[in-house]
Design a protein around this ligand. Structure first.
Ligand code: PLP
Length: 463
């Protein structure tokens, strides 16, 4: 067959997909009897499938990515202009969009200084892990190499990132894992009854103190970094409780442990500030970001470091090994930073951070309203347009709702033309949180429509 097809008849595309595409995170048996879904077009926060059915996308491309919404012509222009002039050169040299985006990005990140380009969130996190290891070799004879990560957090799909992954069901069957990654407890206050010794008050400080206990158990001289999501995403939309971040920072300082914040989901506006950590007065050493950086119009990720971290890789140029000996081929694509510059301009010009804060509050209120009506909602949480509702069989015992029923809510919404998400196959027995992350352009009417769809789905699934 040639490459042409009739745009009004997508049956050929559906068959080509069925025959040849290996979809992400999917068991394919179902496609023997059911067509795979093809998303054909997007505009604003809406997408259309192969049947022309409209969907309100409350998860920004399924995975918290399209922060500025679909169908932005200026994004297409920015990418086109960049790639026609100079599409790629390996990252040992600079590029015009690369330098200009780095300059702009750093204005949004006081205290940070250097931008290292790559092309996925996992890859950016791997770079950070490699830096920690190299610093350990350079300064501590290799000893201070361990990387702490938190239960329920996720940092990516590669084997090293899964080794830093706090989601046992997602990790399962992919071991053996990379050595040198050590888990610390989660800080989800709603589930503190499952954590031995958790207090009624000052839970945030207690949860951070658990990290110190692990550092002491491992030996502080073996721990190089602590990697945390600012607000845990796929692990259930968890905003760390009051007191947590101050204590975490004290601990990192005390034991000379680098603080690596994974902003792959929260970065570039999702929570109403440029970065999630900026809500909490956190001063990171390393920050990774990906999804919202160019809203999926081009692949780009960044690892941003302080100048102090950067200096460790240039302070002795007589040592032939004393630089970051790492490359990312597609980190040299200009499409990424060109798209990222335009993405940031749109967020600024349309005041989308303010919209995210205002609409996030509105939507959280809506969710609290649903909680009054539906006893299955045990907890509602979120920050900006990044919200979750945890479903339980019983509010007193907080027994997590069966994943199949949670997925039935998601499917019901999909039937109504509203795409929502849920924690899935991540946390054994605890894939019970509905997730909402519409584009930052969302309006009250759209969020009310979303709320209404969830309300109807909960009524149909649970009565
Ligand atoms: C917090 C977090 N970090 C890292 C990643 C990995 O990003 P990518 O899929 O671009 O490799 C994800 C992906 O969902 C994520 O949620």
């Amino acid at each position: 067959m040639d490459g042409t097809f009739n745009e009004n008849d997508l049956s050929r595309v559906v068959e080509a997909d069925r025959a040849h595409i290996w979809h992400h995170l999917s068991q394919h048996k179902v496609f023997e009897t059911k067509d795979p879904k093809i998303i054909v077009e997007g505009k604003g926060i809406y997408v259309w499938d192969q049947h022309g059915k409209e969907h309100l996308d409350a998860v920004s491309g399924g995975v918290w990515t399209v922060n500025i919404g679909y169908g932005r012509e200026s994004m297409g222009d920015a990418v086109r202009d960049a790639i026609v002039k100079m599409n790629f050169f390996g990252g040992t040299v600079g590029s015009i969009p690369g330098a200009l985006f780095a300059e702009k990005l750093i204005t949004k990140m006081p205290g940070m200084s250097r931008v290292y380009y790559a092309n996925s969130g996992s890859e950016a996190n791997e770079k950070a892990f490699k830096m920690v290891r190299q610093i350990a070799h350079k300064r501590y004879g290799g000893k201070k190499h361990k990387i702490l990560y938190r239960d329920r957090d996720y940092h990516g799909t590669t084997i090293a990132c899964l080794s830093a992954g706090g989601q046992d069901e997602r990790n399962a069957q992919y071991g053996p894992y990379t050595p040198g990654f050590v888990r610390v407890p989660h800080c989800l206050e709603y589930r503190k009854h499952e954590q031995e010794g958790a207090p009624d008050e000052n839970y945030g400080v207690w949860a951070a103190d658990q990290i110190e206990e692990i550092i002491l158990r491992e030996g502080a001289d073996t721990v190089g970094a602590l990697c945390l999501e600012p607000v845990t995403a796929g692990g259930g939309v968890i905003e760390p409780p009051q007191g947590y971040w101050d204590r975490v920072q004290e601990i990192c300082k005390k034991y000379e442990i680098l603080l690596h914040i994974d902003e792959v989901v929260c970065g570039v506006g999702r929570t109403g500030t440029w970065f999630g950590y900026q809500h909490y007065g956190v001063k990171p050493d390393m920050v990774t970001m990906a999804k919202g950086v160019a809203s999926g119009y081009a692949a780009i990720s960044c690892l941003v470091t302080s100048e102090a971290v950067f200096d460790l890789f240039k302070d002795d140029d007589s040592d032939p090994m004393n630089y970051f000996r790492d490359i990312s081929t597609f980190g040299g694509c200009t499409a990424g930073p060109a798209a990222a510059i335009e993405n940031m301009r749109i967020i600024e010009d349309e005041d989308l951070l303010a919209n995210t804060t205002a609409m996030g509050e509105h939507f959280l209120n809506n969710l609290h309203g649903l909680m009054e009506k539906h006893a299955v909602i045990g907890d509602v949480r979120g920050k900006g347009l990044f919200c979750g509702a945890e479903l339980v069989t019983d509010r007193a015992s907080k027994e997590p709702m069966d994943e199949k029923k949670v997925q039935a809510v998601v499917a019901d919404c999909m039937g109504q033309g509203v795409i929502i998400g849920a924690t899935n196959r991540s946390l054994p027995g605890k894939n019970n949180t509905l997730c909402f992350s519409p584009a930052l352009i969302a309006t009250k009417d759209q969020l009310d429509h979303l709320t209404d769809a969830v309300d109807q789905a909960l009524t149909r699934v649970f009565g």
